[in-house]
Design a protein around this ligand. Structure first.
Ligand code: KIV
Ligand code: ZN
Length: 388
């Protein structure tokens, strides 16, 4: 049975770039956009054109450059924002305007000093106006995670009638639990008239570390687009991590869901974004962290040396990592020492290994990690007879 495709909407250059201190210049944005296109994302959110002349120019340049993906620009539900976005996107092969407004009681009261009916009117007016410029209009209900489902359904129904092609349901504050976010998608699917004319989209923030889990709960309940960033970068605790959702779907064929992403480019893309933004990836980050395929405890090393599958659920080559690494520490066993010693040129007999291992442990207890150079030194100074 062929798998259903979940669209990947990459917002590294918009929501991701909102990280303090990580501003990119136009050249850097172009290089990243080109890479995202090659990676196989379906939509590139290139920026928020009205926010600054620099952002306008970047969105315009990305719109000209990108060959395959839809190029999208963010707006508020404000006429001038929409006009400026349409102008910035005029060279895109497939342009999308992403417009919207806050729908939670807190946003309606504190941000807009308004009421629910007036918010629906503004939402409809924004979508209708955006439709006069482009066919593809995505609507976001900001803070949908904390918006009551009944009102959210009314907003969605009204904007679909006005022509919205995609409905973004952001958990803007990263508040929802996976069951709750999944139930929200299900409720919308079952209660919004005309929902089959639009794609439901997950846009989850990671304030409670649940962005990936919530996005997956969303697609399991009918969403068919995930909004995400490379390395999960974004304001506060970040956005949903692209590499995580892509690999979850790939590693679970039973879900019958997939993406158009070339996963072999994930690691390299992660390195590129990390270096351009000057934002390091935490070593224990799933899929692309430096330790994601590193094994350091004796029991795990012994298993991986016998068969990788004992402790690895992903073949590192699938995400562009050349090989799993066996890191030698004081927790490593003889199997790992013999394995690395062989790589650096020593085929040790059992007796030799027993002898070297005692020296290795003494040395390893004083170090965080034992490198290949250290192995040479330990073996050469351990007085074993290498000829025997
Ligand atoms: O998190 C959010 O609500 C957003 C919207 C502006 C789409 O980023
Ligand atoms: Zn966001």
């Amino acid at each position: 049975m062929s798998k259903e495709i979940v669209q990947i909407f990459d917002t590294t250059l918009r929501d991701g770039e909102q990280v303090p201190g990580c501003k990119l210049d136009r050249e850097q944005k172009l290089v990243i956009a080109e890479r995202l296109d090659l990676l196989g994302v379906n939509v590139i959110e290139a920026g928020f054109p009205v926010s600054s002349p620099g952002d306008f120019q970047s969105v315009e340049a990305i719109a000209k450059l990108v060959k395959n993906a839809t190029v999208c620009g963010l707006t508020r539900a404000v006429k001038n924002d929409i006009e400026v976005a349409a102008d910035a996107l005029k060279y895109a092969k497939m342009p999308r305007i992403h417009t919207g407004i806050g729908t939670s009681d807190s946003h309606i009261k504190f941000k807009f000093n308004s009421n629910r009916e007036a918010i629906i009117e503004r939402a409809v007016a924004a979508v209708s106006y955006a439709k006069t410029f482009v066919e593809d209009v995505e609507f976001y209900a900001e803070d949908a995670g904390r918006t009551d489902n009944e009102f959210l359904a009314r907003v969605c129904e009204a904007v679909i009638k006005a022509g919205a092609t995609v409905l973004n349901i952001p958990d803007t504050t990263g508040y929802c639990l996976p069951d709750e976010y999944g139930a929200k998608m299900k409720y919308l699917r079952e209660n919004v008239k005309g929902i089959h004319n639009a794609i439901l989209s997950c846009h989850c923030h990671n304030d409670l570390g649940l962005a990936t889990a919530n996005s997956i709960a969303g697609v399991l309940n009918g969403a068919r687009q995930i909004e995400c960033t490379i390395n999960g970068i974004g304001e506060r605790a970040g956005n949903t991590s692209l590499e995580e959702v892509v690999m979850i779907m790939r590693q679970h064929p039973d879900l019958n869901l997939d993406t158009t992403i070339n996963s072999k480019l994930l690691y390299d893309t992660s390195l590129m974004v990390s270096s351009k933004m000057g934002m390091m990836v935490q070593p224990n980050k799933a899929i692309v962290g430096a330790n994601a395929f590193a094994h350091s405890s004796g029991i795990h090393q012994d298993g991986v040396i016998k068969n990788r599958e004992t402790y690895e659920i992903i073949d590192p080559a699938e995400v562009g990592v050349t090989e799993s690494s066996i890191v030698l520490t004081a927790r490593s066993g003889r199997a790992a020492l013999a394995y690395r010693a062989k790589i650096v040129g020593y085929e040790l007999t059992k007796t030799q290994l027993d002898q070297v291992y005692q020296e290795f442990l003494k040395y390893a207890d004083t170090r965080k990690e034992v490198k290949d150079d250290d192995i040479h030194q330990i073996i050469e100074t351990s007085n074993i007879d290498l000829q025997s």
